[in-house]
Design a protein around this ligand. Structure first.
Ligand code: UDP
Ligand code: MG
Length: 320
């Protein structure tokens, strides 16, 4: 069995690839690792794919996958994961910002210390402030939502046990949340390692604020779906109940006020004349609607929930 598969998403990185693959090979050979380098060309418009072809002719450990168009970093990683054969799978960015010198230590943490996932932490990050500030915010929110105490979810340099990457599905901008997906699938031993980080040497960054925001929305929707997909009524029902009870309490209070005013002879506006009554009415209607939404969602997922969800971690086959 191969010891290490490196999976590298490539989008217009023609200048970096020779240096990167050379560097990885040197580290692997120095440590005597058996390895493969899987370069996934994510619809580059430069000559990255031709460069990958040339490099694989020179080094038999290099393998290339070519997408028909740009599908995004998550798709590239997913394709690479499906091909990976190494005991440990290491992901790196293609732009030389992540250092291959970190690979042996990451391998060690997985194989000897038993981590399922080890995530790099670019403690001294060499990126413009327009990236580092949103990133801080993003990391804080992800830590809070996921309960995983990592400093740097977005680091391209991460290592996994092979079975972890075979058992998760990533899409959209999900590449940042692989530790989160791993945790949900029962791979909870998640570690962190401070890694070196370089400024981009060639080309330009492909991740601006827009992709950052998309990633953030993915985090919200994915956490939500993960939590409520089997029991949507727990979400809609709770909101509906809160809304309905608020509306009910306000209405009762207004009516009580009115009854009191009639008995005491004090002048109080008619219940229906009070603006707060409309608020109560809206809350009552919204409450019922949320309940109906929850009910429909339950009906829609009723087939699904009959299937028991599980993931098999390992298997032993008959020897005969
Ligand atoms: N990448 C990709 N598809 C894309 C955008 C980026 O495969 O649509 C790759 C890119 O080639 C690099 C990695 O993802 O290997 C990280 O991209 P980048 O360096 O632009 O991100 P940053 O470091 O600026 O966050
Ligand atoms: Mg980069």
């Amino acid at each position: 069995m191969l010891q290490i598969s490196t999976v590298i998403p490539v989008f217009n990185e023609e200048e970096s690839l020779p240096e990167l693959t050379h560097w990885i090979s040197r580290v692997m050979n120095d440590h005597g690792f058996s390895y493969e380098i899987i370069l996934v060309n994510d619809g580059s418009t430069d000559s990255s794919w031709e460069v990958i072809g040339e490099l694989s002719k020179k080094n038999g450990n290099i393998k290339g996958l070519n997408f028909t168009r740009n599908y995004g970093k998550s798709a590239a990683l997913d394709a690479g994961f499906s091909q990976a054969k190494g005991k440990v799978v290491v992901t790196l960015d293609a732009d030389l910002q992540d250092s291959p010198d970190e690979i042996p230590a990451l391998y060690q943490m997985i194989v000897e210390e038993g981590f399922d996932v080890v995530s790099g932490w670019k403690k001294e990050r060499h990126d413009p402030i327009s990236k580092t500030i949103p990133s801080r915010f993003f990391n804080g929110v992800t830590r809070w939502i996921s309960g995983i105490k990592l400093h740097d979810f977005n680091c391209g340099l991460k290592a996994y046990k092979l079975k972890v990457v075979k058992n998760i599905q990533i899409y959209g901008e999900m590449h940042r949340y692989i530790p989160l997906l791993a945790k949900w699938n029962g791979y909870t031993k998640i570690g962190e390692k401070v890694v070196q980080h370089q400024a981009r040497k060639y080309g330009y960054s492909k991740f601006g604020l827009e992709r950052f925001l998309n990633g953030f929305l993915d985090l919200i929707s994915v956490s939500f779906v993960h939590r409520y997909k089997k029991k949507p009524m727990h979400f809609f029902g709770l909101l509906g109940t809160i809304s309905f009870i608020s509306g009910f309490v306000i209405t009762v209070w207004l009516i009580a006020q009115k009854i009191y005013s009639i008995r005491e002879g004090v002048k109080v506006r008619e219940v229906v004349d009070q603006p707060v009554f409309f608020l109560a009415l809206v809350a009552l209607i919204v409450g019922v609607q949320l309940f109906v939404t929850g009910f429909i969602a339950e009906l829609m997922t009723s087939n699904q929930s009959k299937e028991t969800e599980y993931k098999i971690d390992e298997q032993i086959n008959c020897s005969e």
